[in-house]
Design a protein around this ligand. Structure first.
Ligand code: AMP
Length: 284
């Protein structure tokens, strides 16, 4: 497994791979790997000759009061874990390599970032689309793999790939969960054992929303959200950022559920902000 820290080095390597007629799957990450990250790498192995994992805690996607400075890091362990999947390369650039002093170009979508996480995390998706654009330009992957835990992120990247005419296939992988259904996240390690119990409110709320829509045939978005709000608030340490029922493509709010909807949550458990989501088809 190769470890690249310089843009020019990974660029040269990726060009050589492509000249040989082999393809590359890119898995962008911020490190501190868990089984969710590894599932994306595994998918990349299935689909392409080579998997490149980028490991970069991207400063431009963190707000002023967010956890950039305390974001969990364990590079040695990450490298070991990536080796178990037999990825071809890790791209581990530092901040100056990615954002040199004279840097001044950002990539931003006009609509999709104004919903869900974008409402409270101002500028977050601008940071995401900028770093992903740079990674796409540097590595020129054939496929790029993302987790549906960050559903809005995948939709935004799909749209950006279409808008900017990248010839890159965006692959979405299902959310990997702990045995008790908590969605795996690098941020879960912030949780105390008491908070960890309250964190289960997210996955349980998804199950509850699905039951209301599919079994109880409650197709009124507002009434579902009200009930879920009461449910989440019944757990200690929880503070609701948003509870959303929306169109999976446009992310616009849905009041009368007629077809598949995205049910998405962002909940702060103490200081830790967690997200989760599910697509619910009212017919099954
Ligand atoms: P992160 O390092 O948190 O930025 O995540 C890197 C990639 O891993 C993103 O595409 C995430 O959607 C994906 N990811 C994070 N958590 C999970 C999970 N539990 N299951 C599957 N993919 C995940």
């Amino acid at each position: 497994m190769k470890l690249f820290k310089k843009i020019v080095d990974i660029q040269t390597w990726a060009e050589k791979i492509h000249k040989k007629g082999e393809d590359i799957a890119l898995v962008p990450t911020m490190g501190c790997f868990h089984k969710g990250h590894l599932s994306l790498m595994q998918k990349g192995k299935e689909l392409c000759n080579h998997v490149v994992v980028s490991l970069f805690v991207n400063p431009t996607q963190f707000g002023k009061n967010e956890d950039f400075n305390s974001y969990p890091e364990n590079i040695k362990k990450d490298i070991k874990l990536a080796k178990t999947i037999d990825v071809s390369a890790i791209f581990l650039a530092d901040k100056k390599e990615i954002y040199p002093e004279k840097f001044q170009t950002y990539v931003e979508l006009t609509h999709l970032p104004s919903y869900l996480c974008g409402r409270t995390r101002q500028g977050h998706f601008k940071g995401v689309t900028t770093i992903i654009t740079k990674l796409f330009n540097i590595i020129k992957p054939d496929k790029a793999i993302f987790g549906s835990k960050d559903f809005q992120q995948v939709q935004i990247i799909r749209q950006m790939t279409y808008d900017l005419n990248y010839n890159i296939e965006i692959i979405e992988c299902p959310t990997v969960r702990e045995d008790d259904n908590l969605a795996m996240s690098s941020r879960n390690i912030y949780l105390t054992s008491e908070q960890r119990k309250s964190a289960l409110s997210l996955s349980r709320a998804l199950k509850k929303a699905k039951k209301m829509i599919v079994k109880e045939k409650n197709l009124n978005g507002d009434s579902i959200k009200n009930e879920i709000e009461r449910y989440i608030n019944s757990f200690p340490f929880t503070e609701i950022d948003y509870i959303a029922l929306c169109d999976p493509e446009t992310l616009r709010n849905v009041i009368n559920i007629k077809k598949s909807v995205l049910f998405a949550l962002a909940i702060k458990i103490g200081k830790t902000r967690l997200i989760d989501n599910i697509i619910i088809n009212p017919a099954k």
